[in-house]
Design a protein around this ligand. Structure first.
Ligand code: DON
Length: 414
């Protein structure tokens, strides 16, 4: 079969996703959530997986256009909006940073009276209430518009699921009252919980979740619309919390088996992220006892193994940043670098220059570091190279940096 570059059948990535789904479908355990009555009406056999790269390439298998409610997967994206609006200190004066080790709907406040983190229900109700807007309706619209920007399309509210949770969500109201009593909830309980129920009832597809994850993977920029939804700092902070708290009382096993920041929802979706590479969305409505999609968990476990997506796994030595190292007749040295120069690239440069100079770079009369073939310099690397060029490094010889694209200045000024 010819390879379809657009990601259809015959594309090796799509075929691999199909195979992951086929194996995930062997999981027969789990039950559709019914504590929100309307959720029980979904077809339990629906199954989908989508992956979107940071270059905006999209791949899917199964019912990737089937819609379901986002539920708790809304939480990290609303947390990102709260961070963008208020900053870390203000947000975290209301909610903690720590995994609770307890179920998503646990009655859990830390010793300071704050919910343990923004991804359990108590913390998510507080976080949602922190979003600034003149009315509850306007607050929901802000949330809807930011989640839509993450997804790259306008997301709609499922009125029936919202009404169903609003009629039955007394435990969440109780959490609202507890957080209000503790001084963590910044507004009234009814106001806070209704908007929270609405954010949970936004309709998404597995493909939407993949795009939302890809936006976090891509430092906050949606890779298809190119809109910067949040800053790279907020994207990183959000991924940190997803790593430690995204899978509730399964966060530890998830880190062990899957090793990707993730967030699940009782609608059956899970979003997972490989920073700098992919966002992945999966959907299958039957949930395990922790409220995470059973087949979705299996699919992401397989995917992480087959695609080597575990953050903590590393199979290869770092690529050498050195394109060419030439010793000149006068005893000087010219080193041409290539690709992305980060901290370990500079470490390799220093090591290799030292070795070429017979153990002491001061023995080279001058060192020229040529960045012409470099695509990007990281901040730490830029600081080290600038210090070397200014004579503030241990290299006794003169260091000159050739930087026609001003990559050092770009890195240093952000
Ligand atoms: O607050 C609730 O109970 C739901 N709206 C969301 C819970 C949820 O998705 C838990 N995640 N797996």
């Amino acid at each position: 079969m010819p390879i379809d570059p657009a990601g259809g059948a015959g594309n090796p990535v799509t075929d691999a996703l199909e195979e992951v789904l086929r194996r995930a479908a062997e999981v027969q355990s789990g039950a559709v959530a019914d504590y929100i009555p309307e959720l029980a009406l979904i077809d339990p056999e629906l199954l989908a997986i989508s992956a979107t790269s940071v270059l905006g390439h999209q791949y899917s298998a199964g019912s990737s256009e089937a819609e379901f409610t986002i539920q708790s997967i809304s939480k990290p994206f609303v947390y990102a909006l709260a961070l963008a609006d208020l900053g870390v200190e203000e947000v975290h004066s209301h909610v903690g940073f720590e995994p609770s080790g307890e179920p998503f709907n646990a009655i859990s406040l830390d010793p300071a009276g704050r919910p343990a983190n923004p991804l359990i229900n108590a913390g998510a109700i507080v976080t949602s209430a922190l979003i600034d807007a003149p009315t509850p309706q306007a607050r929901f619209e802000r949330i809807r518009s930011v989640l839509s920007a993450f997804a790259g399309r306008e997301l709609q509210l499922d009125e029936r699921v919202y009404a169903s949770e609003s009629e039955t969500g007394h435990r969440n109201r109780a959490l609202g009252h507890l957080t209000l009593a503790a001084g963590a909830l910044p507004r009234g309980v009814a106001d806070a919980t209704e908007v929270y129920f609405q954010q949970c009832a936004l309709l998404v597809t597995a493909a939407d979740l993949a795009m939302m994850g890809a936006t976090l993977a891509n430092a906050g920029v949606n890779p298809v619309t190119n809109v910067e939804v949040v800053t790279s700092e907020v994207a990183r902070q959000t991924l940190s919390l997803m790593t430690s708290c995204g899978m509730y009382d399964r966060a530890g096993e998830w880190a062990f088996r899957v090793g990707m920041p993730a967030k699940s929802g009782v609608g059956g979706g899970i979003v997972a992220v490989k920073p700098g590479q992919f966002g992945v969305g999966v959907f299958s409505p039957r949930l395990d006892e922790a409220g995470n999609s059973a087949r979705g968990t299996r699919a992401l476990t397989l995917l992480s193994q087959e695609f080597e997506l575990n953050l903590l796994e590393h199979h290869h030595a770092p690529a050498s940043p050195i394109q060419e190292l030439a010793v000149t007749a006068s005893g000087g040295m010219t080193v041409s670098l290539r690709g992305e120069i980060d901290f370990i690239a500079v470490e390799q440069l220093v090591h290799d220059v030292r070795e070429a100079a017979g153990g002491d770079p001061a023995d080279a009369s001058s060192i020229t570091i040529d960045l012409t073939a470099v695509t990007r310099v990281g901040l730490a690397a830029a600081r080290l190279l600038t210090a070397a060029a200014a004579g503030r490094s241990a290299w006794g010889s003169t260091v000159q940096v050739v930087d026609p694209s001003h990559l050092l200045a770009v890195a240093l000024t952000g």
